[in-house]
Ligand binder design. Structure first.
Ligand SMILES: NC(=O)c1ccc[n+]([C@@H]2O[C@H](COP(=O)([O-])OP(=O)(O)OC[C@H]3O[C@@H](n4cnc5c(N)ncnc54)[C@H](OP(=O)(O)O)[C@@H]3O)[C@@H](O)[C@H]2O)c1
Length: 286
């Protein structure tokens, strides 16, 4: 195993579950020092311990990315402790199911606060540090729904499109520098996000096959963090990376990467993880 991140300081948000947790493991295997962030303290500590078991130095810093001061504290605490941040993986996200008119405005805003403003807060805190150092890499974990529509997911799709737009602008504004902004656009992966999401449809939700493994998504995140990555937005949907330089081609990709409320099972509306940490949860099989 090549230790391509030996000596690198890597922050991963949403590191207590799913893709973020698997990406943290992958960075740990490749020699990185890890700072893990999410809201739930215990599951985050568990993830940090798993990274230490893989031989990496890892700390957990409970953080709600929707709160600007908490993200500023995450960046300040990390730079005070390690002197720098080489890679920041903006992975934390929430899901909400419901037709637009079923989705309470507060739930919609909470998704946008996390999935879009979480990145705004992070980049605001990181840029002075990276501009002083002259380098830094931001990896957005977007979604194939950063490019596509999906009914019942207006807040999620809105937030994912907007976050990718933000990354595009930031990449343009830093072209020719060593401050890099890239994105990974996973297709469907069987993680707890589908169960933890708020659901106003009255129907149970589940990821629609075909799914890709969480390890594949994690490897794509790590690959995007490498200085040699030449792809601005890489999808896990196809065998090879899709380049953001041909957005119209990407937009014609069949919408395999989606999820839907199951039509048969009736369930009461839930606010899911949109209001608080989802807590300790099973690791996904992928
Ligand atoms: N699963 C898929 O099919 C799929 C497909 C495409 C893209 N993605 C993207 O992949 C990323 C990871 O998703 P996943 O499927 O791995 O989801 P997941 O298993 O539900 O993990 C989400 C992570 O985000 C954290 N989180 C949620 N809200 C947060 C907040 N406000 N502040 C800090 N952390 C927060 C959660 O921990 P706490 O609840 O403890 O805070 C958890 O660690 C997301 O950006 C998602 O949109 C997923």
């Amino acid at each position: 195993m090549a230790h391509r991140f030996r000596g690198k300081i890597v922050v991963v948000t949403g590191a207590s579950s799913g893709i973020g947790r698997a990406a943290a493991h992958e960075f740990a295997r490749q020699g990185a020092t890890l700072v893990l962030a999410a809201r739930g303290r215990q599951s985050l500590e568990d993830a940090a311990q798993e990274c230490r078991d893989l031989g990496a130095e890892a700390v957990a810093i409970p953080t709600d990315v929707a709160e600007e001061h908490q993200v500023a504290d995450l960046v300040a605490t990390t730079t005070a402790r390690y002197g720098r941040i080489d890679v920041f993986v903006g992975n934390a996200a929430l899901f909400v199911y419901g037709l637009f008119e079923q989705t309470p405005t507060e739930a919609f805003k909470r998704v946008v606060d996390t999935n879009l403003h979480g990145h705004v807060h992070a980049v605001k805190a990181l840029l002075p540090h990276w501009q002083q150092r002259g380098e830094g890499t931001y990896v957005l974990v977007g979604s194939i729904q950063s490019l596509l529509s999906a009914p019942y997911q207006s807040a999620y799709v809105t937030s994912k499109h907007a976050a990718l737009g933000l990354m595009d602008v930031l990449a343009d504004e830093h072209q020719g520098t060593r401050i890099r902004f890239g994105a990974v656009l996973p297709s469907t992966i069987d993680t707890p996000i589908y169960q933890n999401g708020a659901n106003y449809t009255g129907k149970a939700s589940h990821p629609l096959p075909p799914t890709v493994s969480v390890q594949r998504a994690a490897k794509a995140v790590v690959a995007q963090a490498l200085p040699s990555s030449s792809c601005r937005a890489c999808s896990t949907a196809s065998p090879g990376p899709q380049s953001r330089s041909s957005p119209s081609a990407a937009a014609r990709t069949p919408p395999t990467a989606t999820s839907t409320p199951r039509r048969t099972t009736r369930t009461p509306p839930t606010a899911g993880g949109s209001r608080s940490a989802a807590g300790s949860r099973a690791r996904c099989s992928g």
